[in-house]
Design a protein around this ligand. Structure first.
Ligand SMILES: [Mn+2]
Length: 357
């Protein structure tokens, strides 16, 4: 059962699908996290059920649809249309000249001319991209058996107690522990040092339920378990780092090729009463500091970051949600940014080596 407001949000999807013709593939580009690949798997399966060939791509580290490698990767497939899931909405096209549908719940930064935008941003409760994708599949009568994919997407971005009817429904059909274990495994792929989530998406396309993800006889399951062990070891290191506090801001500096910064920030967000809790990772992508910001207060973090932005921060700064945001800054820009927040040289990164001062 899908809430009426989700059905309303998905209402433009059948029109987009009606514009497709048989033959050339439809490309689906999704974010590498569990919400993104869950949404992507739902959209791929729905399109295939409608008789379309589908080519699927997943973002890598950094996770932007507008990264320079993405358009060429999509163009290779010669797609007649494109669906972009869980990657935000900007004015600039992802693949110029190709009809595009966005399925997303992040704060849009612009309106792409001519595109179909299915956005959950601003609705209360805000649905995940997985929930929106399931509503889209439902709108074209192609959602049977795909509910668990929206569930792992939702557990990943929100929690297993997210206030959606779907989360009640899936408890009857699946064991919640299987859904939660599957979510953790699927997220390990994008958090690993390579950040390669394609095997996780491939597994979702083969699996018939969460148990196939945790215990299925597929090579991808072994891959995910290796990723999980790697990320767990990196997280154990990251957890040991003490925060530095300046005013209302708590900063934790880590250095890991794994995407542990969003995990470490969750620990400190609950432990510290500071309105702004930030975890910065100088080892995730060489040449830049990736950082995650959270708050347990009502502070709007997107506005906070906008007010504190260094000159010319680029498009990967201050995106996401009002209470869960972050970004990436080149080393020199990070140093300007963190000084502007009132921190001293101890919070700066060595621009030559990428290590913390
Ligand atoms: Mn999401």
């Amino acid at each position: 059962m899908t809430e009426p407001f989700l059905q309303e949000l998905a209402a433009p999807f059948p029109g987009f699908v009606a514009g497709l013709s048989p033959g050339r593939p439809v490309a689906v580009l999704c974010h590498s996290d569990c919400d993104g690949i869950g949404a992507g798997a739902i959209l791929v399966k729905a399109l295939e059920r409608l008789g379309h060939a589908v080519a699927v791509e997943v973002t890598g580290k950094g996770g932007s649809a507008w990264a320079p490698d993405i358009a060429p990767r999509l163009a290779r497939h010669g797609p007649q249309a494109l669906i972009v899931a869980d990657l935000g909405v900007r004015a600039e096209p992802v693949l110029p000249g190709v009809p595009t549908c966005y399925v997303d719940h992040h704060k849009p930064t612009g309106t792409p001319p001519g595109a179909v935008v299915i956005s959950g941003y601003g609705t209360e409760p805000t649905p995940t991209s997985g929930l929106l994708a399931l509503a889209c599949a439902g709108a074209v009568d192609a959602a049977a058996g795909l509910d668990w994919l929206a569930a792992v997407a939702t557990i990943s971005d929100l929690s297993d107690s997210a206030p959606f009817q779907l989360m009640t429904d899936v408890r009857r059909a699946y064991k919640i522990t299987h859904l939660k274990d599957a979510t953790a495994l699927l997220n390990a792929a994008r958090r690993s040092a390579t950040g390669d989530a394609k095997p996780a998406l491939d597994l979702l396309l083969k699996a018939t339920g969460p148990k196939d993800v945790t215990a299925g006889d597929y090579p991808e399951v072994e891959y995910l378990k290796r990723c999980k062990a790697e990320v767990s070891a990196a997280f154990a290191e990251g957890k040991k780092v003490a925060p530095k506090v300046v005013g209302d801001i708590a900063l934790v500096r880590v250095h890991s090729p794994c995407q542990i910064h969003p995990m470490v920030v969750q620990i400190w967000r609950t432990r510290l009463a500071k309105p702004v809790v930030m975890v910065a990772n100088a080892g995730y992508v060489p040449g830049q500091v990736n950082f995650t910001v959270r708050t347990a207060t009502d502070l709007n973090l997107i506005e906070f970051l906008r007010a504190k932005a260094p000159p010319d921060p680029g498009p990967n700064y201050g995106h996401g949600h009002d209470r869960a945001t972050g970004g990436a800054l080149k080393y020199d820009q990070w140093n300007v940014f963190i000084r502007g927040l009132g921190f001293g040289p101890e919070a700066e990164v060595n621009e030559a080596t990428g290590s913390w001062a």
